[in-house]
Design a protein around this ligand. Structure first.
Ligand code: SAM
Length: 223
């Protein structure tokens, strides 16, 4: 699931050309027994399966995240990556959070499945992150969304860094949305591009974009 997304477009280029290093770890590689079972039935009964603690813990150890944050073996955070569990119960993935995560050296994203992970594993998890108030079948797609949002903000990944400052939710914009965009042809199905954008007067274009971005925000989103 991951390699297709990670090798395409901006993520693929970031992997090739920048210090961004994306690695995918299969939790099942750390499961024991003939069937390499990474999940089991929940104690107390009920539907669904739960990801077992040992394989996921071994997987965390393999990426340098084996030191717990809580519990009797807890140690200081030095050199520890930030471990994120993708979960509908987490804090929302916002631009502000993506900007903060892009400043970190190393992130480990844990994608759950079935009913989720054994609760005792939370001693190894720094934060839960959600991609919305909705339940998906697994944490893989949310993990890809976090990777995409974070990698985009790593310096050097987007060549025209100025374009990031204009995007919706950019820092310093107080939640403002981007303005509408147009490209050739100037007239299409009888609809014309705003003439100011064709005039070449950069001050007027800037003023138009600011006004258009404010009205988009008013129409579509809260400030
Ligand atoms: N039983 C869990 C609950 O109700 O909170 C939901 C489990 S869900 C079916 C399986 C996995 O998908 C979760 O462990 C989580 O990793 C991932 N997941 C589902 N919805 C998500 C969301 N909105 N944001 C982030 N991850 C999500």
């Amino acid at each position: 699931m991951f390699e297709g997304v990670f090798n395409e477009s901006l993520l693929g280029k970031a992997r090739e050309r920048s210090r961004v290093d994306l690695r995918v770890v299969d939790i099942r590689d750390f499961a024991q027994g003939k069937h390499r079972q990474a999940d089991d039935r929940p104690f107390g009964g009920g539907p669904g399966m739960v990801l077992k603690p040992e394989p996921l813990w071994e997987a965390l150890k393999s990426v340098g995240a084996g030191v717990p944050l809580r519990g009797p073996k807890a140690r200081k955070k030095a050199n520890r990556p930030t471990v994120i569990y993708l979960s509908p119960q987490g804090r929302p993935l916002t631009q502000g959070l993506a900007d903060d995560l892009a400043k970190k050296n190393r992130l480990v994203l844990v994608a759950g499945h079935y009913e989720g992970i054994d609760e005792r594993l939370f001693d190894w998890i720094d934060m839960e992150v959600s991609v919305g108030d909705v339940v998906l079948t697994g944490g893989e797609i949310p993990a890809m969304a976090v990777v995409d949002a974070v990698v985009r903000k790593v310096p050097g990944v987007v060549k025209e860094a100025g374009s990031l400052e204009w995007d919706s939710y950019a820092a310093g914009w107080e939640g403002r949305l981007d303005c509408p965009h147009f490209t050739r042809p100037a007239k299409w199905f009888g609809r014309e591009v705003p003439s100011v954008l064709l005039g070449g007067d950069h001050r007027k274009i800037q003023a138009w974009r600011e006004g258009a971005s404010l009205s988009a925000t008013k129409r579509k989103g809260p400030i």
